[in-house]
Ligand binder design. Structure first.
Ligand code: SF4
Length: 424
């Protein structure tokens, strides 16, 4: 890389995970290439430092003009009875345009992360939950219970920004915060070591055993009498001790990453987490905190919900929105032969390519994406680097603008979707 003294970019917001860190410091050289200077992580470096895209549209693997690619994409959607628009790796403005197109062509919608995000959504829809914000965690948490994840492989700067922060609004000694990891084997726990060297409590068990472990913890917190001495290799006395620590904490937070709870009916375990938080709130303060977030999944769900009344896995083929978290999954619609065309979208990540299909298919994606077997490929610029946008943070209570950091010759997703809609 060369000439990075050309200009610097401060307080940039990073869309590469659900934390949306807004303190990124980058340099930009004369040809628009970006280099991380400060406050990044490996994930954000990968995102911002990708080389400038120069791809052109393809029809059946051969270079085409943008106009022809849009016409061909419109023809595929016009001829389909049940098109599926999936992937949906985008931000708020992109999703608004996709919903408009879906309404026009009667499409079903699904996000690439839906299998994991539904573990949370189903709980929220079924019984609700008490969850908190990153700001509350940063300023108030005194005991953080982490269920079945290391957090940092999803949200690398979570501890740096929200747990071991040196300043908090209420002069809390943040280095005295207690960290407990519960569940998983060989989980990386070094991020949970306090700046003063205090080690976290680690209570391992197989992830597949978390349902019974969390159910046991909830039972203890609820005052039930147990007649067992251990569950999944964890002593009941250790869980009792954890329950006492949660009850005596002033503001405990129980957190998880739904994609790491990858076992059957994980939503029931998340529901048990939500219910034990509710129980703790009878005597003290406690909150849940679902973490993770990638490829705009939280933003896409927010826009879909406020526009159609449903999160994704909704369908518009009957002139009104329908919702089915089971039947409208990408896998099911493709495997059961219900979809007859696929439009795949991933503007942030070139590695998120579409599933293999023999259906007529269109890919609108990151310019570095390799999809030579798509019927139509339209490369687009990236929100947060080459055009502005808006994203929702993982705690859903904060939306942040993401900026334009360099020029691009590629159109934005919104422009391409609007052009397809106009060409129908
Ligand atoms: S933690 Fe997430 S939002 Fe923050 S810099 Fe890393 S990838 Fe970006």
């Amino acid at each position: 890389m060369e000439n990075f003294s050309a200009s610097s970019l401060e307080s940039v917001t990073c869309p590469a995970c659900g934390l949306l860190c807004d303190d990124i410091y980058l340099a930009r050289n004369a040809v628009g290439q970006l280099k991380m200077i400060d406050n990044g992580c490996t994930k954000s470096m990968t995102f911002f430092e990708r080389t400038t895209q120069t791809a052109s549209p393809l029809i059946d693997g051969k270079p085409s003009s943008l106009v022809d690619a849009i016409k061909k994409a419109a023809a595929i959607l016009r001829n389909a009875n049940q098109p599926l628009i999936a992937g949906l790796g985008t931000e708020v403005q992109g999703m608004r345009s996709i919903l408009s197109l879906a309404d026009k062509v009667g499409a079903s919608l699904d996000h690439m992360n839906a299998n994991s995000s539904f573990r949370n959504t189903l709980v929220l829809q079924n019984s609700g939950w008490q969850v908190t914000t990153l700001t509350e965690v940063r300023n108030r948490v005194d005991l953080l219970l982490i269920i079945g994840t290391d957090i940092v492989s999803h949200n690398p700067r979570f501890f740096e920004r929200n747990v071991w922060n040196t300043a908090s609004m209420f002069d809390q000694d943040t280095s005295a915060r207690e960290i407990v990891y519960l569940g998983g084997q060989a989980v990386e726990t070094t991020a949970g070591i306090s700046p003063a060297g205090k080690k976290p409590t680690v209570m391992p068990c197989d992830l597949s055993c978390l349902p019974e472990v969390i159910a046991t913890l909830r039972a203890i917190i609820s005052g039930k009498t147990l007649h067992i001495t251990e569950v999944a290799g964890i002593k009941t006395s250790d869980l009792q001790n954890l329950a006492e620590r949660l009850k005596s904490a002033k503001y405990s937070v129980v957190t998880w990453v739904s994609s790491d709870l990858n076992f059957k009916h994980a939503e029931l375990t998340i529901q048990n987490i939500a219910e034990l938080v509710i129980k703790l709130n009878e005597k003290t303060r406690s909150s849940g905190l679902p973490l993770g977030g990638a490829d705009g999944d939280y933003s896409v769900n927010q826009v879909s919900t406020w526009t159609s009344g449903y999160p994704i896995r909704n369908r518009f083929s009957r002139q009104y929105p329908e919702y089915d978290p089971y039947h409208f999954s990408t896998e099911k619609l493709l495997n059961d032969g219900e979809a007859d065309a696929l439009l795949w979208i991933s503007e942030f990540n070139p590695e998120k390519t579409p599933p293999k299909t023999n259906l007529p298919n269109i890919v609108i994606g990151h310019g570095n994406m390799s999809v030579i077997d798509a019927n139509v490929f339209i490369p687009v610029s990236t929100a947060g680097i080459e055009h502005t946008g808006t994203m929702f943070r993982i705690d859903s209570s904060v939306s942040l603008p993401i900026g334009k950091l360099r020029e691009s010759t590629l159109p934005s997703l919104t422009e391409v979707i609007a052009a397809i809609e106009a060409a129908l």
